[in-house]
Design a protein around this ligand. Structure first.
Ligand code: PMP
Length: 445
């Protein structure tokens, strides 16, 4: 049997009798026109009509605390983003083949947030497109074909991005030029040797690529390993692996779609690992919901690619998306959201650890900034994963109107990833819902 891409707690359309008539009618229309590719979270879907800050509102006016969405990094319906986008829409919206100020201003501002060896940026619209572009740049500039990715990674929807996304399941074939390596897992392996072991796996991956007749062009790694179960610690654990990749003449592509723009308490997730990426992929939070993504990279790579290959992205970096992206930088800086991610993240993780204390089914609460993982197991000795309880907790939280999700290699890791504007004021609501959900899903005394 092939493994389908799993979505934790997804809605089962056959259970629609329990829904309110309005929701059922909308669901039926949705099934008709959007069909199978579109899945819904939760056994009882949430029918949203508006949002503000860290809250989402359903059609009955009930509010939900959003502890899941990282795209609205500076808060839902952010007034500054609204204002800048509306203003820009009323003035000019073209593409990057004319001389305009704002795209240059923004590029300079963005690049100033990176180490000096990353000197240029190319804009696109989605994370997948940026991943695809980074892989093309790596292939073109190294003249090689081999790629290394982690064993349960997700990098996106295009053919090339899906080829490095094993979490899509066995119906999504991984081609011969892609070798998968196990991600670090410090719950199951000694944190002290994690960095060395991961580097050794990369070495073996490179050997395997060569056996298959592919020289290594790049390793692509999500700097927070979110689909591999959110592996946050120890900081520095990816550094030796990046060295191995460089020594093999290949590039390190840091996928910052999840970890970028302050999520981990610093601007970029790779900073925690003291590594030197050659290319960095940005997406999701970059425009707070307005589609904009980017590849930031070494100037020599960009020059070589740009010289030899004609690249033009119609919407990539257009003035409206740049307006949104500039407002996001303003807000992250002005509201001191890096600091908030660090302090509120630590407070949230501490509170969740407290709620988890003494529960043998909760093996770990780990976090980097405002990205928190809670790992559920059936047995604290064997650490056998407990995906069913993870799903039950996600659903119990939803009943309490707090939105989170679960993911990871075994679907047993709760993923708590709120907008970075979440403050201590909202924490009691998150922690109370978590505490209750942990308790109501505990089977043994
Ligand atoms: N990389 C990572 C690490 C992601 O999490 C995602 C999206 N979940 C992507 C790439 C693809 O981004 P998009 O959906 O914007 O194409």
């Amino acid at each position: 049997m092939t493994r389908q891409m799993h979505m934790v707690n997804s809605f089962d359309p056959t259970a629609s009798e329990s829904l309110a008539p309005e929701d059922r009618a909308l669901l039926e229309r949705r099934q008709r026109v959007l069909g199978a590719p579109y899945r819904l979270f939760y056994r009882e879907p949430v029918h949203l009509v508006r949002s503000e800050g860290v809250l989402l509102y359903d059609r009955n006016g009930l509010d939900y605390l959003d502890a899941y969405n990282n795209v609205p990094v500076v808060g839902h319906s952010n007034p500054r983003v609204q204002e800048r986008v509306a203003q820009q829409l009323s003035v000019l919206n073209t593409h990057t083949r004319y001389l305009t100020d704002d795209v240059v201003d923004y590029a300079e501002r963005l690049l100033a947030l990176f180490p000096p060896h990353l000197e240029q940026v190319v804009f696109a619209c989605t994370g997948s497109e940026a991943v695809d572009l980074a892989l093309r740049i790596a292939g073109h500039t190294t003249g090689r074909t081999g790629i290394i990715a982690t064993a349960h990674a997700y990098h996106g929807t295009t053919q090339a991005a899906a080829a490095v996304s094993p979490s899509l399941g066995t119906n999504n074939p991984i081609p011969d030029n892609v070798v998968l390596v196990e991600a670090p897992d410090t719950l199951r392996h000694d944190p002290a040797t994690t960095a060395r072991e991961f580097a050794a796996r990369i070495t073996r991956g490179i050997d395997e690529l060569r056996r298959r007749g592919h020289q290594p062009a790049a390793a692509i790694v999500d700097s927070i390993l979110s689909s591999d179960g959110l592996q946050t610690d120890p900081p520095g654990m990816l550094g030796p692996a990046a060295e191995v990749v460089r020594d093999a003449g290949a590039l390190w592509i840091a996928d910052e779609v999840q970890s970028g723009f302050g999520r981990t308490g610093g601007w970029w997730g790779f900073e925690r690992h003291a590594l030197r990426p050659d290319l960095v992929v940005l997406g999701k939070p970059m425009g707070n919901g307005i589609p904009i993504s980017a590849v930031v990279g070494r100037a020599d790579l960009m020059e070589a690619f740009g010289r030899d290959v004609r690249y033009f992205n119609t919407f990539g970096g257009n003035p409206v998306s740049i307006a949104a992206a500039s407002a996001v930088l303003d807000e992250i800086t002005g509201l001191d959201l890096l600091h908030n991610a660090t302090t509120t993240g630590a407070e949230a993780a501490l509170g969740m650890s407290g709620a988890a204390a003494g529960d043998p089914g909760i093996a770990d609460v780990r976090h980097a900034g405002l990205f928190i993982a809670v790992e559920l197991v059936r047995d604290p000795e064997t650490l056998a994963p407990d995906a069913a309880r993870a799903a039950a907790i996600v659903d119990a939280m939803r009943q309490r109107r707090v939105l989170i999700s679960a993911s990871g290699r075994y679907d047993n890791v709760l993923k708590v990833r709120p907008p970075l504007t979440l403050s201590s004021n909202e924490l009691p609501r998150l922690l109370e819902a978590f505490d209750e959900s942990v308790r109501v899903t505990r089977t043994s005394p």
